[in-house]
Design a binder for this molecule. Structure first.
Ligand code: HEM
Length: 215
């Protein structure tokens, strides 16, 4: 008899030998917004490191060779240009995901039990990639996390950019200097996500082909 999945949980991954359904895995708009987002994140991170170097609050600075902008003024211009790309593109990604119902289909539900189960299966090399249309629970959590993290980056960035106008937001974050730390730690978490994300992509290279060609 087939086990019925619990209501608030995802069904178990299909058998590894099961064939993947035909058709596009990622729609065109998703691929375009994903790659524009990656570009914006690279621009914002590298120029952000240069801005931080001009007034560091830790004992270290970033090597100039991995920063963008050449000097504080140039880095700020890159950062503001990247900001509009990240914001506009992110808004489009969210709007299309909401309008098509994709956000719920692809990223929900996520349960602690499901994350632990899929993480355990992944670590034992038993996580199936038979259906590339379905994200496992660890991917869902990671992608939802990075969306929330980018929202925190944008909100703390608004405080640093227009501190007087966004005074309520500034106070909620504990003041201007605290907002700088919030912005920095959210950047560090984003960089951590990107590192793990790239490692996962390297382990499953056909997911990269799907994100480029759609199938
Ligand atoms: C050059 C660097 C990058 C590469 C090669 C890459 C590659 C990929 C691939 C192959 C997938 C599909 C994963 C799968 O089907 O299992 C994916 C999805 C995703 N990536 Fe990236 N990525 C990059 C940078 C980024 C960055 C910088 C972010 C965000 C900060 C990001 C956020 C996401 C998200 C949220 C998804 C899920 C998209 C959705 O289905 O709506 N990626 N990426």
């Amino acid at each position: 008899m087939l086990a019925r999945p619990a209501l608030n949980d995802t069904p178990p991954a299909p058998h590894p030998a099961a064939p993947a359904p035909a058709g596009a895995i990622h729609p065109g708009w998703l691929r375009i917004t994903h790659w524009l987002n990656a570009l914006a994140v690279v621009i914002m991170t590298m120029s952000g490191w240069r801005i931080y170097n001009a007034s560091p609050f830790f004992d270290f600075t970033f090597p100039n060779g991995i920063t963008l902008g050449g000097w504080l003024g140039g880095a700020l211009q890159w950062h503001f240009a990247g900001m509009w790309l990240l914001f506009g593109n992110g808004l489009l990604y969210l709007a299309l995901n909401l309008a098509t119902g994709r956000l719920w289909r692809k990223f929900l539900p996520v349960s602690p039990r499901g994350v632990v189960r899929d993480l355990g299966a992944a670590l034992r090399g038993r996580l199936s990639h038979a259906d590339p249309r379905r994200y496992n629970q660890v991917q869902r959590l990671a992608y939802l996390f990075v969306m929330a993290d980018i929202a925190v980056l944008i909100l703390s960035g608004l405080v640093l950019w227009k501190s007087v106008q966004f005074d309520l937001l500034r106070e909620l974050m504990g003041g201007y200097e605290a907002a700088r730390r919030v912005h920095f730690f959210a950047m560090a978490l984003l960089a951590g996500f990107v590192a793990v994300h790239l490692l996962m992509v390297a382990l499953v290279p056909r997911s990269l082909i799907a994100m480029i060609r759609g199938k």
